[in-house]
Design a protein around this ligand. Structure first.
Ligand SMILES: *[C@@H]1O[C@H](CO)[C@@H](O)[C@H](O)[C@H]1NC(C)=O
Ligand SMILES: *[C@@H]1O[C@H](CO)[C@@H](O)[C@H](O)[C@H]1NC(C)=O
Length: 296
């Protein structure tokens, strides 16, 4: 368009004023509309980013220190005494030997991968299986990732943490968590999703990923920590039963980089800071009596 404006200008001398009007005025008008449109698009994007509900930036008004003050429904984030994450320290655990594992049954159903802005999550819409524990059945709803890890073991934070969120018909929450460190072996489940996550990097928000088996997350370790905590994002709902696998898995740096690239800038590091334990018990379940909690 600018080229044709120049052509019009070069012909100015030989043209009558009427022709100037027919050539230049419409062109300038179109240019004006385009400039107007591009500034208002930018303003809209900025507004959307400002409307983010919370972020992970320490110095931000919407950072973890302020979550509990931002909305009345989020007050547990500040006032709760059962908050997550916490440090899972061997020195404090109660060992429960030879326990029975919860009954876990998963099945492949159609899933969707979603960029929630603060993390990447996989949602199963139909029944993808459940965990049966002490008379309650908790149905798998979604899994998502935090980097670095939110929970720590003996004071050490790892590179990635995965959460599988299960909910019972009366809305009790059971989360299976696993920690990962960088290693040469990529995580199998994330490898399957790499192409889809790349699409999310290009601003796609939601993408059907077909039949996906949650068993691919391999959560059946033979020892795990259990304690009662909360959701690690607002509204920080308490009473969540946490089960964290003791075994540290490996993930490639590339996979973690991809997860970080896909979310918004304010959530590249999306781990909530450590919360106080108060007097909570941390149970250490092991299915074999010989297994001891390990120091890493
Ligand atoms: C998944 O979706 C496809 C296409 O919509 C359908 O044919 C298939 O039966 C679904 N699979 C399950 C397990 O529901
Ligand atoms: C199992 O459920 C019963 C009844 O709801 C409860 O009293 C008991 O404390 C629960 N046990 C464990 C280990 O959570």
């Amino acid at each position: 368009m600018s080229a044709s404006v120049i052509v019009s200008l070069s012909h100015l001398t030989s043209m009558k004023l009427q022709r100037v009007n027919t050539y230049i005025i419409p062109h300038l008008f179109v240019l004006f509309i385009i400039l107007l449109a591009s500034t208002s698009t930018r303003a809209q994007v900025e507004e959307l980013e400002d409307e983010r509900e919370f972020d992970y930036i320490g110095a931000s008004e919407k950072g973890p220190r302020h979550w509990g003050e931002m909305k009345k429904e989020w007050s547990s984030c500040k006032n709760g005494h059962l908050q997550s994450p916490i440090d899972l320290s061997c020195a404090r655990v109660k060992i429960i030997p030879r326990c029975r594992q919860p009954d876990i049954y998963y099945t492949a159903t159609n899933a969707t991968i979603i960029n929630r802005g603060h993390d990447i999550a996989v949602y199963w819409k139909d029944d993808a299986g459940s965990v049966y524990l002490n008379g309650t059945e908790y149905f798998l709803k979604q899994c998502h990732w935090h980097s670095p890890s939110e929970h720590s073991m003996n004071g050490r934070r790892y590179d990635l943490e995965m959460h599988m969120v299960h909910v019972s018909p009366d809305n009790k929450i059971f989360v299976v968590g696993a920690l990962y460190k960088f290693g040469h072996r990529p995580d199998r489940f994330l490898s399957q999703l790499e192409k889809d996550i790349k699409h999310l990097v290009d601003n796609e928000v939601e993408r059907a990923i077909g039949e996906t088996n949650p068993s691919g997350l391999q959560t059946r370790g033979n020892a795990y920590y259990r304690y009662v905590g909360s959701l690690t994002t607002p509204p920080c709902t308490e009473g969540v039963i946490w089960n964290i696998d003791r075994k540290i898995r490996t993930v490639s740096e590339e996979q973690v980089r991809l997860l970080r690239e896909a979310v918004h800038d304010h959530a590249e590091r999306n781990a909530r800071p450590m919360q106080r334990r108060y007097n909570r018990d941390i149970l250490y379940f092991r299915s074999k009596s010989r297994a001891k909690p390990e120091y890493y």
